[in-house]
Design a protein around this ligand. Structure first.
Ligand code: UTP
Length: 474
């Protein structure tokens, strides 16, 4: 290994970072495994590793919290009188951009979904209340319905990770791309970072394999560029990227109002936000730092800041981040051409690995550190960024855990509740139980309606709903 020039260089780099154990079993590997390991080592970012170990692995460097935090301004979910005209224009602008083929869908689906514990990519999780459609199918049907509504079907970019890429592509093939034109579905993989033990050693998954984890949804901004997705968008004339996470089936995949406000205000990266349920809800807080929209993690807001109130009783920092964005294609290009780095966040995890004797270890308690970046940390890099308030019951029901909060059971209940709200807004009577919850199971297919206005337009197609009914509208 150390006899060739390339081999010597690798040894030097490993020694410098104190990671020479990565080659401990090298001599036992066959030719193919040796080259795979060397390829993995060559992919490591040796210039970053010492800093990661010092600041994020051995110590927990707390990112400096800006001295001055101001609340971020936002567009309210319901327009005030002076905003009515602007919202009207924004919806028109957003619809036109979709119809002109200027908007693409982008789902980040590279996460490991460890909390849910589902066997397979999270996008394959069956979620709809009656037909049990998977998340991927639901998004695909929403994209198809958008195409039918606006006369142009947006392309869909799907970010996977090396851990679930093959399985994800296989699922799409097995489902015939859910009826989408396969030339408009673009898969690409995000990068990975090595996993570390608490004492700063990169863990080995096997004798010839470094243990890695996906580099966080922040990795999407580099992966979009590196994979050629941005070039592909350019060729297709895409200007705006509608970003969502794979675990939120309530997402409005293409919201004309949001797209229109972003475009009319000349924003580079914009966000949807919720009014927090309580002062210390565990969501990032939208703030203004030096005039730039910045997400401050809930754990970084002081108790006083979290509870501070305006004269009208509302929270000063009332806006929570929910990972729904519009990103201008040119912003992603600019970041990558100019060079950028997002802050590193550490997560303490149970990481299977091999020990010094080469034996497999399945830890029962956390034993190492995974390093990630977050997409919202790119917001302060944007020259301009707008925030649009949305309503939790309308657009946010992520599936994170197998049971309890943010579980599939809660999400399904919220899907039924939203369908009931849309039907009632269209004048349809929905039977409800004494506690106010719908006394029926409802599912609205994207082909029937993408939002409450679509339901209202089809109100006469909706049958009478009796208590206990199961109604699927398509
Ligand atoms: P989460 O932070 O909820 O992580 O991801 P997760 O991997 O789905 O679940 P846990 O934490 O292991 O239980 C939010 C969204 O970001 C994507 C996920 O696929 C999900 O859509 N994501 C997360 C990535 O695409 N890549 C990553 O490296 C991390």
């Amino acid at each position: 290994m150390s006899e060739t020039v390339a081999g010597r260089k690798i040894m030097e780099q490993l020694l410098e970072c104190n990671q020479q154990h990565l080659l401990a079993f090298y001599d036992e590997l066959n030719y193919g495994k040796k080259s795979q390991l060397i390829e993995q080592i060559n992919d490591l970012d040796f210039s970053a590793i010492p800093g990661w170990i010092k600041n994020h692995v051995k110590a927990y460097k707390v990112l400096p919290i800006p001295e001055r935090l101001d609340p971020a301004p936002y567009y309210p979910a319901r327009p005030t009188a002076d905003l009515k005209h602007k919202y009207h224009e924004a919806v028109r602008c957003g619809r036109q951009l979709i119809a002109d083929g200027k908007v693409a869908g982008f789902v980040v689906a590279g996460g490991q979904g460890t909390r849910l514990g589902f066997d397979g990519p999270k996008g394959d999780y069956p979620i709809t209340p009656i037909r049990n459609k998977t998340l991927f199918r639901l998004f695909a049907e929403s994209i198809l319905a958008t195409g039918a509504k606006y006369g142009a079907c947006p392309p869909w970019y799907i970010m996977t990770s090396p851990l679930n890429h093959a399985a994800t592509v296989e699922i799409f093939k097995a489902n015939d791309y859910y009826g989408l034109d396969r030339s408009k579905v673009f898969f690409f993989q995000q990068g990975t970072n090595p996993n570390f033990s608490f004492d700063g050693k990169i863990l080995m998954a096997d004798k010839g394999v470094i243990s890695t984890s996906p580099d966080g949804h922040g990795g999407s901004l580099k992966a979009l560029y590196k994979s050629g997705a941005i070039d592909d968008m350019k060729k297709r004339g895409i200007e705006y990227i509608s970003y969502w996470q794979v675990d939120n089936p309530l997402i409005h995949v293409f919201d004309p109002l949001f797209i229109g406000l972003h475009a009319m205000d000349g924003a580079e990266m914009s966000s949807k936000a919720l009014i927090k349920a309580h002062p210390t809800e565990k969501v990032g807080n939208f703030c203004l730092v030096d005039g730039r929209v910045t997400v401050i993690e809930y754990s970084d807001l002081s108790d006083e800041q979290a509870h501070r109130r305006n004269a009208d009783g509302s929270l000063v920092f009332e806006l929570g981040s929910i990972a729904i964005h519009i990103i201008s294609r040119t912003f992603v290009e600019k970041l990558n051409v100019e060079g950028f780095a997002l802050p590193i966040h550490r997560a303490v995890k149970k990481i299977p690995h091999i020990d010094q004797a080469g034996r497999q270890v399945k830890p029962e308690k956390p034993n190492g550190i995974k390093l990630e970046t977050f997409v919202f940390d790119a917001l302060p890099l944007a020259e301009r960024s707008i925030i649009l308030e949305t309503l939790r019951e309308e657009e946010f029901a992520p599936i994170k855990n197998a049971t309890g909060d943010d579980s599939p059971e809660v999400t399904r209940r919220m899907m039924i509740e939203r369908a009931a709200n849309w039907l009632e807004a269209a004048g349809v009577k929905v039977p409800r139980k004494a506690d106010g919850s719908p006394d029926c199971v409802l599912e609205i297919a994207p082909a029937f309606a993408l939002n409450r206005e679509d339901v209202a337009a089809r109100a006469c197609d909706i049958p009478v709903i009796k208590p206990g009914d199961r109604l699927y509208l398509e």
